[in-house]
Design a protein around this ligand. Structure first.
Ligand code: BTN
Length: 243
């Protein structure tokens, strides 16, 4: 399976993830299809947030992976592969980035990319997956948000389409070598690039703000933060980073 054999470029759409989900419902979606939008006017992020990106300046795209063939308990590895691919892509442009758990990509304290993965499950395994990526390419103003772009980091304007082709190439090569046998290797690449790993930082959970240290991520995808010597495990909605 390779992504990007079929690429559909839309001038404007609410959300490329929604667009793919509709094609899937209609039964007309081919494995590996990539949908990108020059203008995505109702982009979705995780935790019900929105994804804002100036039209024409950035990459907002989604792709469809059919027959993922991964057990539900290993679904976190999809997150790992997409995040690792994004850090490799940014490396290519000379940008050193980190993965903020679970799958935001940061350059120093600023977000450069976000990922929204929506899996279609069949009892114990992932049947297929819709993976949406927003990557800031040429945008310079972010209305006070702590965000950055390839242009802001490198002073070089890039064609979003060229950046997409590079992503596709890297993802395909990572996906080809992906198997249940090399999960430990993928996990260690993910951890090597994890934002704030082993650093004492501020977080907030249901009990309030605290200082703690990320010590790892479980195979289930839970984040582990040591707080006063106790290892606490968190799901996405249970923890915020204070940046
Ligand atoms: C996040 O950081 O909260 C995830 C953002 C994901 C944004 C991308 S842009 C393309 C795709 N379509 C969407 O509606 N969302 C994803």
């Amino acid at each position: 399976m390779q992504i990007g054999r079929k690429i559909i470029r839309l001038e404007s759409v609410d959300s490329t993830n929604n667009y793919i989900a509709n094609l899937l419902k209609e039964g007309v979606l081919e494995d590996g299809t990539v949908i990108l939008a020059d203008d995505q006017y109702a982009g979705r992020g995780h935790r019900d947030s929105e994804w804002l990106a100036n039209a024409g300046e950035n990459l907002t795209f989604s792709f469809f992976l059919d027959n993922v063939n991964l057990s539900v308990q290993n679904q976190f590895y999809l997150t790992c592969i997409v995040s690792i691919t994004l850090t490799q892509l940014l490396d290519k442009y000379g940008i050193s980035s980190k993965i903020k758990w679970p799958n935001d990509i940061y350059v120093d304290q600023k977000k450069i990319a976000g990922v929204l993965i929506e899996n279609q499950l069949s009892s114990t395994y992932i049947k297929s997956s819709i993976i949406g990526v927003g990557l800031n390419v040429n945008q310079l103003e972010f209305n006070g948000l702590k965000a950055t772009s390839i242009l802001a980091q490198t002073k070089n304007r890039k064609s979003p389409m060229d950046v997409l082709y590079s992503f596709i190439q890297l993802f395909n090569s990572n996906w080809k070598s992906f198997s249940e046998q090399n999960l430990p290797e993928i996990k260690s690449q993910y951890l090597n690039n994890l934002f704030q790993l082993n650093e004492l930082k501020r977080y907030e959970d249901k009990n309030g703000k605290f200082e703690g240290t990320i010590t790892g991520v479980l195979d289930s995808g839970h984040l582990v933060i040591a707080k006063n010597g106790v290892q606490n495990q968190y799901e996405l909605k249970e923890i915020s980073f204070i940046l």
